[in-house]
Design a binder for this molecule. Structure first.
Ligand code: NAD
Length: 473
């Protein structure tokens, strides 16, 4: 960890760079390791290696590629105990959750490669046979954020490679080290050039989006950066998927069972210190359940153990970086300026080094507060009161975001009806947060473009082609 040398994986080999940058432990706000910063020339070399590897890799069958990806998954699984602590040190999450994330990535690599995009016969009318076939696209540039560096990368790796593409993966400069270690597992198990992992600053991401040798960008990050990525990729008409931010509403209906709803909402809002694109970010509760729900959430928030992720007692770590910490502190200050708002738990930073904010519940929140309008991406949850379900749905939809949402009720079918009225890529009934290998994931509105995961995700890494053949009479 500290003192350990971290290297890029380029063309199957370890490589360092002339430039490097500090990686900071958010639990101490101190640097603990150096990360190499790839130069533009190194990116060119990496893209050239990925292009060379593309031909042979794309000619393999799905089954052959599956076998190689599963070997990679097993090599990653064998490294959980040494990559886990590095993920905790750079990201802040408790060690158990860091290991769980890597284990989840291993699972996704295996599970997402079970499906196959088969040739479809669109027409066979005696005159013509028309087939829809799928081709891999070429080199994929994958760009990931700092909240779940491993699992978000494995989503891209699994379908990107399985579809027959090769890849250049760039992690966030805040959390690059666990991804670089994942590259070591790739070196041992995948052909050189198939999966390259290079670290660097934001400019490296921009060079990738402009690069003429990259055919597709798979981006996960914030809405503003997503817009820049799309604009930059337009220069070469790269295929793009954007998995962006969210401001997920959770609507609790009058018949909901609070014994189940309260812990479900709490977990959905505070896991990973609230730094999840699909975290619960606004709760709408009916008048009848309002006070008991606020009371239940407050009790859980006050007993939630916050601390250094390396401490086995910690249930929640710090915010990942100073910029995010300052943003959430700013949102808290704005919240406190609103008269009538009640902060029933937390509302303050922790008096210790690092970027810690106490789990916070805000009752009597109002629609025009920053906390409700923006993606807080932190452990601060507003609870809003509503009178009618129609009103709750309208307020839930009154946002430029549309990633996920949830409806909580004992009447599952009625819940499904309400779910269909919410403008979001995924709406759960009696659940919030999670992704599954066979379910497409992505956002409505400014929460993204396209889908990852599931058949739609696999198809997004391929180009469809129509083949029309005349038939002899
Ligand atoms: P970010 O947009 O700041 O950075 C994401 C990545 O983009 C990083 O690797 C960064 O180096 C790179 N980057 C920055 N500028 C770039 C540019 N001009 N061109 C290309 N790449 C560039 O996001 P973040 O702060 O790291 O992550 C938090 C955000 O990600 C939140 O909004 C969260 O909701 C979102 N997110 C979305 C999903 C999803 O699946 N929809 C999942 C996780 C996180």
């Amino acid at each position: 960890m500290s003192g350990q040398q971290y290297t890029h994986t380029i063309d199957g080999k370890a490589e360092t760079s002339a430039q490097s940058f500090d990686v900071i432990n958010p639990a101490t706000a101190q640097p603990f390791a150096k990360c190499p910063a790839a130069s533009r020339e190194q990116l060119d070399k990496t893209v050239a290696a990925a292009r060379r590897a593309f031909g042979p890799w794309s000619r393999r069958s799905f089954a052959e590629r599956r076998e190689a990806i599963v070997n990679f998954a097993h090599a990653l699984a064998a490294r959980i105990d040494d990559i886990g602590p590095v993920l905790t040190l750079e990201q802040g999450k408790p060690l158990g959750q860091a290991k769980w994330e890597i284990g989840g990535g291993v699972h996704e690599l295996e599970a997402m490669c079970q499906m196959e995009l088969k040739t479809e016969v669109l027409r066979n009318d005696g005159k013509h046979r028309v087939e829809l076939v799928y081709h891999p696209l070429g080199v994929v540039g994958a760009i990931t954020p700092w909240n779940f560096p491993i699992i978000l990368a494995t989503h891209k790796i699994a379908h990107g490679l399985y579809a027959g593409n090769t890849m250049v993966l760039k992690p966030s400069p805040y959390t690059p080290l666990s991804s670089l270690l994942m590259g070591e597992a790739a070196r041992d198990t995948l052909p050189p050039g198939v999966l390259n992992i290079v670290a660097g600053g934001n400019e490296l991401g921009q060079w990738m989006t402009e690069h003429p040798g990259i055919d597709r960008i798979s981006f996960t990050g914030s809405v503003p950066t997503g817009k820049r990525v799309m604009a930059s990729a337009a220069g070469t008409l790269k295929r793009v998927t954007l998995e962006l931010g969210g401001n997920d509403p959770a609507i609790v209906l009058e018949d909901a069972n609070l014994d189940e709803v309260t812990p479900g909402l709490f977990r959905g809002a505070f896991l990973n210190a609230g730094q999840i694109c699909m975290a619960v970010k606004r709760v709408y509760a009916p008048e009848k359940l309002y006070e008991p729900l606020v009371e239940g959430l407050t009790k859980l928030a006050l007993s939630h153990r916050v601390g250094d992720g390396m401490d086995p007692d910690s249930e929640m770590g710090p915010l990942q970086n100073k910029m995010q910490f300052d943003k959430v502190v700013g949102i808290l200050e704005d919240t406190k300026r609103h008269k009538g708002v009640r902060i029933t738990a937390g509302g303050h930073t922790l008096n210790r080094p690092g970027y810690f904010i106490a789990p916070t519940v805000v009752a009597d929140a109002e629609d025009d507060m920053r906390l409700v309008q923006e993606e807080q991406f932190g452990p601060v949850l507003p609870v809003l009161k509503y009178k009618t379900v129609d009103e709750a749905v309208a307020r839930a939809n009154d946002t430029r975001f549309g990633l996920c949402a949830s409806v909580w009720t004992e009447d599952y079918e009625y819940g499904a009806e309400i779910a269909k009225r919410i403008e979001a890529g995924t709406v759960w009934v009696n659940h919030h947060v999670g992704s599954e290998a066979d379910l497409p994931f992505g956002g409505f509105k400014e929460s993204g473009i396209g889908r990852e995961i599931g058949m739609l995700g696999l198809a997004s890494y391929m180009e469809p082609q129509v083949i029309k053949v005349p038939l002899r009479a």
